[in-house]
Design a protein. Structure first.
Length: 225
C-alpha cells in the first residue's frame, strides 16, 4: 500500500497551553472533525510502542482529560472506558519489540500511529484535521481525503483529542505489560512497565533479556568490551 506524507500548512498555532485550546483554534479555522494521535512506550527497554487515534464527540464532552503522564493510574483507568464509549471513533496501533529493533523507535512510533489512524478510519469517521503529539507526522494512507495534519509539541496538554489518545494508548500498553509480567515475573514488569528503572536494568543484567526486550536498546544489548 502506498502512503503519503500529510501536508502541514503554516497556519499559526496558539501559544498558550490551556487544555482544549487547539480544538478551539481548529474550529475558528473552519475545521469540523479533529483527530488526536499520541503514543505510549517510546522509552522502555521492553514491550511494544502503542499509539491511539481519537475523534471526540464535541456534543458529549469528557471531564478530566489531561496528558496521561499527569494522571494517576486510577484516573486513567476511569477515563479510558468513557473515552472509548463517547468518542465518535478511535483506534489503537501496536508495534512490537522485534519491529522496533528492525525499524528504530522513531519509525516504529510513527508506524504505530499510522496503524491507530487506519483503525480509527475503519469506523467511518473522516477527520479534516489531525493533531499529533511531538515533532513528527506519520504517513497517511493514500486513500485518505485531503486533510491538514499538525505535529505539535506538548499537544497532549493542549488538545483534548490528543490527551484522550494518550490515555487510551497508556492504559492499553500498561495492561499488556501486566500480561507480560505473568509470563516473565522475574523482571517486575508490573511495577516499571518496561521502563529503564534501576531495578529493571538490574534484573536484565542478572537474567538476560526475554522475548519482549528491545535488543537494540542501551541497557539491554551487551556493552562493547
Amino acid at each position: 500500500m502506498k502512503h503519503k506524507v500529510p501536508s502541514q500548512q503554516s497556519l499559526p498555532l496558539p501559544s498558550d497551553e490551556t487544555m482544549g485550546r487547539l480544538e478551539h483554534w481548529a474550529r475558528r479555522q473552519g475545521f469540523s472533525v479533529v483527530a488526536g494521535v499520541d503514543e505510549a512506550g517510546r522509552g522502555p527497554l521492553a514491550g511494544p510502542v502503542v499509539a491511539a487515534a481519537v475523534v471526540l464527540d464535541q456534543g458529549h464532552p469528557i471531564e478530566g482529560l489531561a496528558d496521561s503522564k499527569k494522571l494517576t493510574a486510577k484516573k486513567r483507568q476511569k477515563l479510558a472506558p468513557v473515552i472509548s464509549e463517547r468518542s465518535l471513533a478511535w483506534g489503537l496501533g501496536v508495534v512490537g519489540p522485534r519491529e522496533i529493533d528492525e525499524l528504530n523507535i522513531r519509525v516504529a512510533s510513527l508506524l504505530a500511529m499510522r496503524r491507530a489512524f487506519e483503525q480509527m478510519l475503519a469506523a467511518g469517521v473522516a477527520p479534516d484535521l489531525v493533531l499529533v503529539d511531538g515533532r513528527d507526522l506519520f504517513p497517511l494512507p493514500e486513500r485518505v481525503p485531503r486533510l491538514e495534519a499538525r505535529a505539535v509539541v506538548r499537544a497532549d496538554s493542549r488538545a483534548e483529542s490528543v490527551a484522550a489518545a494518550s490515555i487510551l494508548a497508556k492504559v492499553y500498553r500498561d495492561a499488556l505489560m501486566l500480561e507480560y509480567h505473568a509470563l516473565w515475573p522475574v523482571y517486575g514488569f508490573d511495577r516499571h512497565k518496561g521502563y529503564p528503572t534501576a531495578e529493571h536494568k538490574r534484573r536484565v543484567a542478572q537474567h538476560g533479556p526475554c522475548e519482549i526486550h528491545r535488543l537494540t536498546f542501551r541497557g539491554v544489548k551487551p556493552s562493547p568490551d
